[in-house]
Write a protein that binds this ligand. Structure first.
Ligand code: ZN
Length: 83
């Protein structure tokens, strides 16, 4: 009789990085104080919070400094229709 050893790893185990916490209504854009929908972790390990507007504005400039991003703008789209 053989004992099957299941050694396949999940993608989550391979990546091993802890998930960034969800943004909440208490998280505010560092620029304007509106509710933040994007959390940016820089290589310096500073984290920045942006509303959708300001993230879009700074996205290109931030790109080379960004370690990780938590982008919840899709939630924004489903909650608040464009005005
Ligand atoms: Zn803002």
């Amino acid at each position: 009789m053989t004992t099957a050893v299941d050694e396949h790893q999940t993608q989550a185990e391979v990546e091993a990085a802890p998930a960034l916490p969800d943004l909440t209504a208490h998280d505010r854009c560092d620029r304007c104080g509106a509710q933040a929908y994007v959390r940016v972790i820089l290589f310096s390990l500073n984290d920045l919070l942006f509303c959708g507007h300001h993230y879009s504005h700074h996205e290109a400039a931030l790109d080379e400094h960004v370690l990780r991003i938590k982008d919840q703008r899709s939630a924004l789209d489903s909650l608040t229709p464009e005005v």
